[in-house]
Structures are given as structure tokens and as C-alpha cells.
Ligand binder design. Structure first.
Ligand code: UD1
Length: 428
């Protein structure tokens, strides 16, 4: 059995939605609860499978995790940690599992976390993380598929990241909160989710300066305590729905949403001739034809997010003219291209580039979601296309989009989820 999404496309989407809590903020914040001596209470926790996997990893480490998915509330208690080893079968399911390493090392003086390995976006090395732990005085080796780190007490250090990495910035920041003395991190990623993690760590008693800049200065403290925190809105999820207004010629508002964090996409939408209204706590997009072609290069924040690459390309398949996108973060983020071609898109991927020649319309077809954001892109394509689109690989979409069908239905979309037995051909 595999879940499928069935979409009858061509309905202009209209209405207001609230974005869920950000996956990429929530996962490291959950991991950071390992640092707390005391209870952590989180609000706006998205009910997505990645959050459930992180909860499971934490439970195996000995963190007590109580999750109320309907309320979006999670309680975490790390007073009874029982192991510093994070098992392979769970860690390999998502890259962000490696976020537990920094907190384990800081709180327990050691951590053994399975190598997260590659994924469908390409190789996902953790060498920057390992170098940062070493600079803080840890001994780190890779053995038997595990990264094993240990220290008799982390000490502050000066770390200059060789390239911008969200994961390495988070891990080094979490480890440094309890290192002796001052740590300077240079060349940091500046994503809003990293700032959210830093604000949470400060609520726990950490001393961090330079939040939102490339240089973080962290004064180590001997212990961190419990805290309450509400996770920021998911800008990638919210922007995926805003693109839904463009591809269907609709009108969508995302409430409780900070437009400034999504400026890179919103500027591109305006350049593409779309109507964008940014309020103090909402963003509204009204879709218009023609969609004008664009040239986009993905880059670390505040640049154009790689996590919106497949979705914006989907919009550009319907533009009047030729567009181009250069992917500079991941090596193989193009697996969605052939799926969009099945719907009639005119795309050519080569090296790190994709050329998009706009077509008048897409036509529904069966497609496979190869990863989370590609899944979001195929949903957008299905909503825009004439006729029926059947999307397989829904488990990837469920990793990052909470209540996707319900949210889209509230905007008028014709979308349903079916559990369908595999066709005979699928079983060969
Ligand atoms: C995070 C996000 C992911 C997003 C990505 C880039 C989470 C849970 N995931 O992933 O959704 O697409 O940022 O915005 O927040 N690299 C190395 N060595 C390292 C670490 C990274 O070479 O030790 C490379 C990676 O292969 C990649 C680039 O640096 O090419 C950026 O990776 P990074 O920013 O670390 O991404 P993630 O934290 O894995």
C-alpha cells in the first residue's frame, strides 16, 4: 500500500491559511532540549513525520517527549538521559538527526551519532561539523558508520566555517553554549531558523550575541535550564502555498507570517508580474497572467532558498518566455524535472542549471515525488494542471507539510489522499 494524492487541477485557490511551525527551526530546537536541566515546553510544533522521527531519536536517548499534535504542543524532559548513542535506522531517515551531536557533546561530554549519509539531494557530508567540534577541544573519529565525539570539557574556540552551512552553524552554536570561555563562529549561516534556535538557547540561559549575522559570539555557561518557546512560522511551507495563488490564478493570504523572511521569493514574484502585499503579520499574493520569466540563483539566506527551487520552477513552467535557475547549494536537486515534463513542462537540466521554456498549460499525469520540496512542487503543478494528477511518494511530502490536503481544500482545491493497493506492475 502506498498513499497517493489525487488532484483535479485548474481551480483558482482563494482564502487565508496559517503556516505551521517551521520544520527547520523545530528539529534543532527539539535536539537542543538535551542541553536543558529542566522541562522544555514548545508551541507551534508541526505534526510532520520529521518531527516524529526526531522525537523517537530523543526518546531512545532517554528524553521524555510528550507530543500533542492537535495542540501543536510538545514537552521534553532530559533529566534521565540513558545513552549518548543515536541509532542508525532513525538517523539515516533525515539529515537533521545529526543536530543531536552538539547538544550530546556539550551536556554529556560524548556523543555517537550515525553518519547521516547522502540523500536524494546529493552527498550530505558533516566535515564542517566535525572540524568545529575539534576546534572546541573534542576528539572526533568516524568508526563503524558512526561519528564518535568525546571531550573532557569543551573549551571556547575560534571557528571560521569554510562555506556557509546551516547544519554546522547550529551544531557548533549548541556545543559552544556550554563550552568554557568564549567561542567566535565566523562565516555562519543566517537563516531565520538559526536565529529562532539562538533565541530559544538564550531563553535556556545561553549567552549568544550577533544573532542574524555571520559572526556569532558565545559565552559558555556551566548549565542551561528549561524554557518555553513558540516555533517561528515555516517560510518554505507558507511560500509553497503562496506560489499556489500564482499557478492557479488565485488569491491567497498567509496569516501570522513575516514577509521579511521570504523577501527573496516575494521580490521574484513581483518581478514576475504578480501582486504581492506584505502586511505586518501577513502576506497576500494575487496571481495574474502573464507570468513573466525570471533568472534565479539559489544562495544561503538572505538569498533565494534552495528549498523553494522546485516550487518556483513549477511556476516558471507557465511563464511567458524562457527562464533559468542555477542551483548552487545541492548537487542533485533535479529529480523533479522529469516528473514535471510528464505534465507537459518544457525543462532541460544540465549541470547546476535548469532551463525553463514556458508552456501555455500543464496536463495532469501520474508522477512520483522524489523528496520533500519536489513533492511540494508536484502538488503545485497538479493544482495548476488540467485534469487529474496522481502523486506517489507522499511519504516525502508528509516529512515537511502538515495537513497539506486539509489546508489546500480550505482554499478550494480538489485534492484527496487515497491508500491504494499497488498496481500489479508496481510489484514486479
Ligand atoms: C539545511 C536545511 C535544508 C536546506 C539547507 C540549505 C534543515 C533541517 N535543513 O540543511 O532544508 O535545504 O539547509 O539551506 O535545516 N556541507 C558540507 N559539509 C558540511 C556541511 C554542509 O560540505 O559539514 C555542504 C552541503 O553538502 C551543502 C551545503 O554545504 O552542499 C549546505 O549544506 P547545509 O547548509 O549544511 O544544509 P543542511 O543543514 O544539511
Amino acid at each position: 500500500m502506498g498513499s497517493r494524492l489525487i488532484i483535479q487541477g485548474g481551480v483558482p485557490l482563494r482564502g487565508t491559511l496559517e503556516a505551521s511551525g517551521a520544520k527547520n527551526a523545530c528539529l534543532p530546537i527539539m535536539a537542543a532540549s538535551i542541553l536543558a536541566q529542566g522541562e522544555v515546553e514548545l508551541d507551534r510544533v508541526p505534526d510532520i513525520s520529521d518531527v516524529r522521527v526526531m522525537a523517537q531519536i530523543l526518546r531512545q536517548i532517554g528524553v521524555q517527549v510528550d507530543f500533542d499534535p492537535l495542540a501543536g504542543r510538545m514537552l521534553l524532559d532530559s533529566s534521565q538521559l540513558k545513552t549518548t548513542r543515536a541509532p542508525e535506522e532513525l538517523v539515516r531517515r533525515m539529515n537533521a538527526s545529526f543536530d543531536v551531536m552538539g547538544p550530546l557533546l556539550a551536556r554529556c561530554g560524548e556523543g555517537e551519532v550515525s553518519m547521516p549519509g547522502g540523500c536524494r539531494l546529493g552527498p550530505r557530508p558533516v566535515n564542517f561539523h566535525i572540524e568545529a567540534f575539534r576546534k572546541l577541544g573534542a576528539e572526533v573519529k568516524v568508526e563503524g558508520g558512526f561519528v564518535k565525539a568525546k571531550s573532557t570539557g569543551l573549551v571556547g574556540g575560534h571557528i571560521l566555517f569554510p562555506a556557509v552551512s546551516v547544519g554546522a552553524t547550529k551544531n557548533a552554536m549548541m556545543a559552544a553554549t556550554m563550552a568554557k570561555g568564549t567561542t567566535i563562529l565566523e562565516g555562519c549561516a543566517r537563516e531565520p531558523e538559526i536565529s529562532d534556535l539562538a533565541h530559544f538557547l538564550i531563553k535556556m540561559g545561553a549567552k549568544i550575541e550577533g544573532i542574524g549575522t555571520q559572526t556569532l559570539r558565545i559565552e559558555g555557561v556551566p548549565r542551561l535550564h528549561g524554557a518555553k518557546h513558540s516555533v517561528i512560522a515555516d517560510r518554505i511551507e507558507g511560500c509553497t502555498y503562496l506560489l499556489g495563488a500564482v499557478v492557479t490564478g488565485g488569491d491567497i493570504t498567509i496569516s501570522n507570517f513575516k514577509g521579511a523572511y521570504s523577501a527573496a521569493l516575494l521580490e521574484q514574484l513581483q518581478a514576475a508580474g504578480q501582486e504581492v502585499e506584505v502586511g505586518s503579520d501577513y502576506v497576500r499574493v494575487r496571481g495574474h497572467r502573464p507570468i513573466l520569466p525570471l533568472e534565479i540563483t539559489t544562495a544561503p539566506y538572505p538569498g533565494f532558498p534552495t528549498d523553494l527551487h522546485p516550487q518556483v520552477v513549477t511556476m516558471l513552467t507557465l511563464a511567458q518566455g524562457v527562464s533559468a535557475l542555477a542551483e548552487t547549494i545541492f548537487d542533485s536537486r533535479f529529480m523533479y524535472v522529469m516528473e514535471l515534463v510528464r505534465l507537459g513542462a518544457d525543462l532541460l537540466a544540465s549541470g547546476k542549471y535548469v532551463r525553463i521554456r514556458g508552456v501555455d498549460h500543464l496536463v495532469g499525469a501520474p508522477v512520483d515525488a522524489p523528496d520533500i520540496r519536489a513533492g511540494g512542487a508536484l502538488v503545485l503543478a497538479g493544482l495548476a494542471a488540467q485534469g487529474e494528477t496522481v502523486i506517489r511518494g507522499v511519504k516525502y511530502i508528509d516529512r515537511g507539510y502538515q495537513n497539506l490536503e486539509a489546508k489546500l481544500r480550505s482554499l478550494g482545491a480538489k485534492i484527496e489522499r487515497v491508500e491504494r493497493p499497488l498496481q500489479e506492475l508496481d510489484q514486479i
